[in-house]
Design a protein around this ligand. Structure first.
Ligand code: PRP
Length: 216
């Protein structure tokens, strides 16, 4: 007999992270019963009894998981660092969607002024990073088109995700400093970890095995 306490909801980050998460879930025996890319639905049943997948924007994943609306989540470390707080367990590095969170500046930039302007959507991470180093900056919050900010005179530097570096190069920017190595992490709601301990541990073990196979 099944009970509500046995159901497990996994919140996934749509986009590139989702594409790289699905093969790991499949290896862990969790496969959506329909093609997620062809549906407008947000919630999907899976091949594993009472395990459902919920697809959303990355920044919403820790909100769902911390508040118990989902039991497990998959999100980028950048998103988790920016979200902050200690209300979540982070038991597993999936080692997918790897990239770096970096400071970048125009290729031929003159020496930074006393209080350079730094454009980023990661204001919390940037604030902490510069404060820890005793560096005075003016942070400018942007949600996209970051790489255009220096050329348009809006900022002296940016803090953003760098993967291949193509976006930086295409916009006359170069990496200056790495703030963090990024990959996707599994997060777990603290209460779920206790109440649904057996089911969640099995899922985490299977995912860890899938990650080890991927790396091996
Ligand atoms: C990210 C990031 C950069 C780009 C870097 O954007 O913000 O713009 O990737 O990748 P590259 O070094 O390989 O060029 P993404 O396309 O993930 O979308 P976003 O702007 O919504 O974050």
């Amino acid at each position: 007999m099944s009970t509500a306490s046995e159901s497990v909801i996994i919140a996934l980050t749509r986009g590139r992270i989702l594409k790289e998460t699905l093969p790991l879930l499949r290896q862990a025996g969790i496969e959506p019963v329909e093609d997620m890319s062809r549906s407008r639905k947000l919630m999907f049943a899976t091949s594993l009894d009472q395990v459902s997948l919920l697809v959303m924007r990355g920044s919403d994943v820790p909100v769902y998981v911390e508040n118990g609306a989902a039991d497990i989540g998959v999100a980028g470390k950048d998103t988790l660092l920016e979200y902050g707080g200690d209300g979540l367990y982070e038991p597993l590095d999936l080692r997918i969607a790897r990239c770096r969170l970096m400071i970048a500046a125009p290729t031929r930039a003159s020496a930074p002024g006393v209080r350079p302007r730094v454009a980023t959507k990661f204001t919390r991470i940037a604030k902490r990073w510069f404060a820890e180093q005793g560096r005075q900056v003016e942070l400018i919050k942007l949600n996209g088109a970051l790489e255009a900010a220096p050329a348009m005179g809006l900022a002296d530097a940016i803090v953003d995700i760098v993967d291949t570096g193509n976006t930086l190069r295409a916009n006359g920017l170069e990496p200056v400093e790495t703030i963090a190595e990024i990959s996707s992490r599994v997060i777990v709601n603290k209460a779920s970890m206790k109440i649904k301990s057996r089911r969640i541990r099995v899922i985490l073990e299977r995912l860890a095995e899938a990650v080890a196979r991927l790396d091996g």
